[in-house]
Design a protein around this ligand. Structure first.
Ligand code: NAP
Length: 239
């Protein structure tokens, strides 16, 4: 299994649970090498640095993982970024390019490399992909980060389209749409108190834990979900 952005947050929880369920796990990361290597050691996997928005990095990530761990059967497209709270009229082109490069193109590149290796059309034995979308794709995140929400809207459409395209090749593709989860991502938007501030507005009256998202991801990857493709699980506390 490859988990992109596995050094912390939802990705780290998914890598841990994946290892518990018997996967040999590659923990991909961009910058936090100590965290990724510590986790990989703890779960008996490997850590591979790669920026998912760089094509060469992604190809190397998949090649190194196959060399070390064998055939790739599961991909979790988890790496993602937000940016500072902003209205659309104040967004720079550099910000928009980074947002879409990491969240959208990064997911496409990783899925492309996974499909080439998993697809029965190319001599593979099938597999499963889970994309990390967000409740923001439905809500639009006005005043916070409409660009982020739109990048996750693209992930939803990507999930539906790719699922239909590769179903006959033995690959299932689904997505999880988390709500507000206790991770470090909110500090990136300059709003580290976000979870505490808006958690109460969820019907379940709290923010989610990364492990609660990881369980949905692992279910979608598993044979328990054998007839589920092109689907979404909202892990939002009811929001
Ligand atoms: P996080 O705690 O900020 O962790 C992000 C991870 O992605 C880190 O491991 C980071 O690695 C990695 N990363 C960032 N840019 C990368 C790149 N270009 N290439 C490779 N790795 C990269 O995030 P999170 O909250 O766990 O979120 C995980 C996913 O869930 C994201 O797609 C996010 O949009 C989605 N999500 C989160 C929430 C939430 O409330 N937390 C809600 C809805 C959806 P380094 O630290 O090494 O740079």
């Amino acid at each position: 299994m490859i988990v992109t952005g596995g050094s912390r947050g939802i990705g780290a929880a998914t890598a841990r649970l994946g290892a518990q369920r018997g996967y040999a796990v590659c923990v991909n990361y961009r910058s936090d090498r100590p965290a990724a290597e510590k986790l990989a050691k703890e779960i008996g996997g490997i850590a591979v640095a790669a920026d998912v928005s760089h094509e060469d990095d992604v190809i190397r990530l998949f090649n190194e993982t196959e060399r070390s761990l064998g055939r790739i059967t599961a991909l979790v497209n988890n790496a993602g970024v937000v940016d500072l709270r902003s209205r659309v009229e104040d967004m720079s082109v550099e910000r928009l390019q980074r947002m879409f490069a990491v969240n959208v193109i990064g997911s496409f590149l990783c899925a492309r490399e996974a499909v080439k290796r998993m697809s029965k059309r190319h001599g593979g034995q099938g597999g499963a992909i889970v994309n990390l979308s967000s409740a923001a794709a439905r809500l639009g995140s006005p005043g916070d980060y409409v660009d982020y929400a739109a990048s996750k809207g693209a992930i939803d459409t990507f999930t539906v389209g790719l699922a239909k395209e590769v179903a006959a090749d033995g690959i299932r593709v689904n997505a999880v749409r988390p709500g507000v989860i206790h991770t470090g991502i909110h500090a990136q938007s300059g709003d580290p108190g976000r979870v505490a501030r808006i958690a109460e507005s969820a019907p379940l009256k709290r923010g989610g834990q990364p492990e609660e998202v990881a369980r949905a991801i692992l279910w979608l990857l598993s044979d328990e979900a054998s007839y589920t493709t092109g689907s979404f699980i909202d892990v939002t506390g009811g929001r």
